[in-house]
Design a binder for this molecule. Structure first.
Ligand code: GLN
Length: 305
């Protein structure tokens, strides 16, 4: 496979939708992103991994909800199936920050990728490690081979000041007896994990954890093959929120999006992918990113179907 040529063509598909979508503004520190920026990277799952990219693939951005894939991996590695008693594995069919759905369903979030589900996972990671966001940062540094990965304090402060809906979700979870740690601790670590800054290159390498069926960059096993498969399955049904059906239809890969415009995708057994374009569709997914992944799977024929 000539990766460079395929990625250039996928980037070309992204350029065609340039000007469509809007940059997320509800976290003010994200609002200034260039809507025309675009990057794509692919890391092969073989040992040693090789990384390829096009356009802005080395530009750092806030990973936001992509962090939820890795907090889930860290918790599953310790808790195994018991985690699924606290959080579901169904598509949400609702916006990622819905309060109504959480209340209706007795404080059990639909899946680990809606905000309520991610708060439950972070709560558990905090109990397990004593420093949920710090443990995640160390893990991402190791998987991407980039020791410079860090939190963006400006983004974290900005989300803290404006994150009323997440605070409401966390209080609702606590009211249902679903959090083991204080609400403010869970929110602090959740906001910090979302404010980690990485590039498409870093994230494509980290995605190889799932492309290698649970094997870490250093060759050790974090997840059983079955656990890795299940994370991919939940990403497919819930990783792009209430657009998951459309993304499965167009792209056909497990994928996880974030409001800063990144999307991580996995081709099991082959490679990790990351695309980034800050302009979002109404579901909160990168317009350019989806267009590029759509082109990528069409060109390569690589999909899980
Ligand atoms: N930090 C963001 C929030 O909680 C993450 C959401 C997202 O990326 N979809 O609203």
């Amino acid at each position: 496979m000539e990766y460079g040529r395929v990625l250039e063509r996928a980037a070309g598909a992204a350029r065609q939708v340039s000007g469509t979508g809007r940059v997320a503004a509800y976290i003010p520190a994200l609002a200034g992103a260039d809507p025309a920026a675009f990057g794509i990277a692919l890391a092969t799952a073989t040992d040693p991994a090789s990384v390829h990219g096009a356009d802005d693939w080395r530009t750092p951005f806030s990973i936001q909800s992509i962090s939820k894939v890795f907090t889930l991996a860290l918790v599953l590695a310790t808790d195994g199936d018991t985690l699924w008693q606290r959080v579901g594995k169904e598509p949400s069919g609702s916006p990622f920050n819905s309060l109504a759905q959480l209340e209706r369903e007795g404080g059990v979030p639909r899946n680990p990728f809606v905000n309520a589900g991610a708060l439950v996972v972070t709560d558990r990671l905090q109990t397990l490690t004593g420093d949920a966001s710090g443990a995640l940062r160390e893990f991402l540094r190791a998987e991407s081979g980039n020791p410079a990965i860090d939190f963006d304090a400006r983004v974290a402060v900005s989300e803290h000041r404006h994150g009323h809906r997440n605070a409401a979700l966390a209080h609702l979870l606590a009211d249902h007896g679903k959090l083991a740690n204080p609400v403010r601790t869970v929110l602090r670590h959740y906001v910090k994990q979302c404010a980690i800054t990485m590039t498409c290159r870093d994230l494509a390498l980290a995605a190889c954890l799932l492309a290698r069926h649970g094997i870490r960059a250093d060759g050790t096993r974090l997840l059983t093959r079955s656990e890795a498969k299940r994370i991919n399955a939940v990403m497919l049904v819930g990783g792009t929120y209430d657009a998951a059906g459309d993304v499965a239809h167009r792209v056909g890969l497990p994928a996880k999006s974030g409001v800063s415009g990144g999307i991580l995708a996995v081709v099991p057994g082959r490679c990790g992918l990351c695309v980034w374009g800050p302009a979002l569709d109404t579901h909160g997914n990168s317009v350019a990113g989806i267009a590029a992944l759509d082109a990528f799977t069409t060109l390569t024929g690589w999909s899980v179907f």
